[in-house]
Design a protein around this ligand. Structure first.
Ligand SMILES: Nc1ncnc2c1ncn2[C@@H]1O[C@H](COP(=O)(O)OP(=O)(O)O)[C@@H](O)[C@H]1O
Ligand SMILES: [Mg+2]
Length: 474
């Protein structure tokens, strides 16, 4: 040892230090080997005894094989294997989805659990600084289980007492690279109990075509409009009634597809007059295309401000009518749900040359966002640059959609400072996948990656054509 070669000797932690001549401590007693061996044996037996409970299927099949061999010699296992293979193939043929869930994904979880996670667990955690040491012993968080879903591996972990999930959240890049996954997300289930989610494949790689228009106004759910797909394959739904939505993303990030997906999901209700959309389009690029769908449409600075102020006046009139009589808004044709869609708001609030226009636009937006929710007025605003100078109304929007952004700091501005720690890397979204975004779904602290469906010009044409047809009939 190094210590011995230079004359130093190892200090036991019970040795008195010079500061106190006598120190009382519990003596360190060496454990006899027989105890240690006994404990190992006990653990091994407990493991064997728990096998039928933990792996019922594997134990049953092994039992069947051995039993049939004892009974009928080699014919037994041959018959058992043939029956199992034929049965499995039939199952897979008739019920592919249950077969996948019960057999394929479980087998995959078993293999990946051993080969990817348990094999690399110690080196990855030690190097990334997640192993704790105390008195020269190392304590590692323990893998409780590994499960595979269609698109990701979910590794459930028991933390070392005294550590916090934040330690993992800080090291998601290390974990993702360590286990060769494109990303890592942390989900806290309870005290010392968390799940690390490693995607295996990207369910959002291909563009999603526009979702079907709901059949009737009754089928439109204003608190869960289908917008696109979440990364676990479920439909991404967005709330509009009772909230305001801020959509942020650089040019070409797909802000238009978020706005149009929302309009499309409300189309039957727009036609029947339960929903009215006012559109502000200072760039004249996005919304002019479907202007016949909108109750009001404005593109020049002055007209936009007038539209906003008219919306404020309507909102205040409704608030007066409701005061003391109605506590929450239900859309009817007399009192429709009013949506104000603003594309490229910074043109109005920051870049417009006329200071008066900027001030009035900002005032109207602040009034709408701060008072509109309970009386059925919602603002959906899209912008490129979420910096404070450009948009100091950010915090009035409860719901935010972060499409591709330029810088990491902008992600914090849109989704909040903890979002990136939880894996919302909106600044790393592939420019070749427009429409991809991070959102916080209702009731969840973890941001989810989603992709908006792409509403093409032809889809918008079809939407407006039906509109004209509908009016002609009526
Ligand atoms: N959800 C989407 N899926 C696939 N492609 C999209 C999607 N959204 C937008 N795109 C593509 O990206 C281009 C730019 O989108 P756009 O909505 O105009 O961006 P922005 O308004 O953010 O500048 C579109 O012309 C389209 O080709
Ligand atoms: Mg646009």
């Amino acid at each position: 040892m190094l210590g011995n070669s230079n004359g130093a000797s190892q200090v036991e932690h019970t040795t008195p230090v010079p500061a106190h001549a006598i120190r009382f401590t519990t003596p360190v007693v060496k454990t006899p080997a027989v105890f240690i061996l006994g404990r190992w044996l006990w653990r091994f037996l407990a493991f064997l005894a728990s096998l039928p409970v933990r792996f019922p299927l594997s134990v049953a099949s092994a039992g069947a094989l051995v039993g049939s061999w004892v009974l009928w010699d080699w014919v037994g296992p041959a018959v058992v294997c043939t029956v199992a293979v034929v049965g499995g193939l039939a199952w897979r043929h008739w019920h592919p989805s249950t077969f996948r869930r019960w057999v394929t994904l479980r087998a995959l979880a078993l293999v990946r659990g051993v080969w990817v996670y348990r094999r690399h667990w110690q080196p990855v955690l030690v190097v990334s600084g997640l192993a704790e040491s105390y008195l020269e012993r190392q304590y590692l968080p323990r893998i409780r289980s590994v499960k595979c879903s269609e698109w990701a591996d979910r590794v459930r972990v028991k933390l070392v007492p005294g550590t916090a999930p934040a330690d993992f959240e800080d090291r998601t890049p290390q974990l993702a690279h360590g286990f060769q996954a494109p990303a890592c997300r942390v989900e806290v289930l309870g005290p010392l109990d968390l799940v690390l989610e490693f995607p295996r494949r990207d369910m959002l790689a291909d563009p999603i075509p526009a979702l079907p228009v709901p059949d009737s106004a009754d089928a439109v759910d204003l608190v869960a409009l289908p917008m696109g797909r979440c990364e676990d394959g479920r439909t991404w739904t967005m709330r509009l009634h009772g909230t305001h939505v801020l959509v942020a993303g650089v040019t070409g990030a797909g802000k238009g597809s978020v706005i149009w997906s929302a309009v499309r999901a409300m189309l039957p209700a727009i036609r029947s007059g339960l929903v009215r959309v006012r559109a502000v389009d200072p760039k004249r690029m996005e919304l002019s295309y479907g202007r016949t769908l909108f109750h009001r449409y404005a593109d020049s600075g002055e007209a936009c401000v007038e539209l906003l102020e008219e919306a404020v006046a309507d909102m205040q009139a409704r608030a007066d009518a409701y005061a003391g009589a109605v506590r929450s808004h239900t859309p009817t044709t007399d009192d429709p749900f009013e949506v104000v869609v603003l594309d490229e708001v910074a043109f109005l609030t920051a870049y417009h040359p006329d200071r008066e226009v900027r001030r009035r636009a900002e005032n109207a937006m602040a009034t709408l966002t701060s008072q509109g929710r309970s009386v059925g007025f919602t603002v959906v605003a899209a912008l490129q640059d979420p910096r404070k100078e450009v948009m100091n109304l950010r915090n009035l929007f409860p719901d935010k959609v972060a499409l591709r952004l330029d810088e990491a700091s902008q992600v914090d501005m849109v989704l909040g400072p903890d979002a990136r720690d939880r894996g919302a890397d909106a600044h790393l979204i592939d420019p070749a996948a427009p429409g991809t975004a991070f959102v916080r779904l209702e009731g969840s602290k973890t941001p989810t990656r989603v992709r908006a469906a792409y509403v093409s010009d032809a889809d918008i044409d079809a939407m407006t054509a039906d509109e004209a047809g509908g009016e002609g009939e009526g």
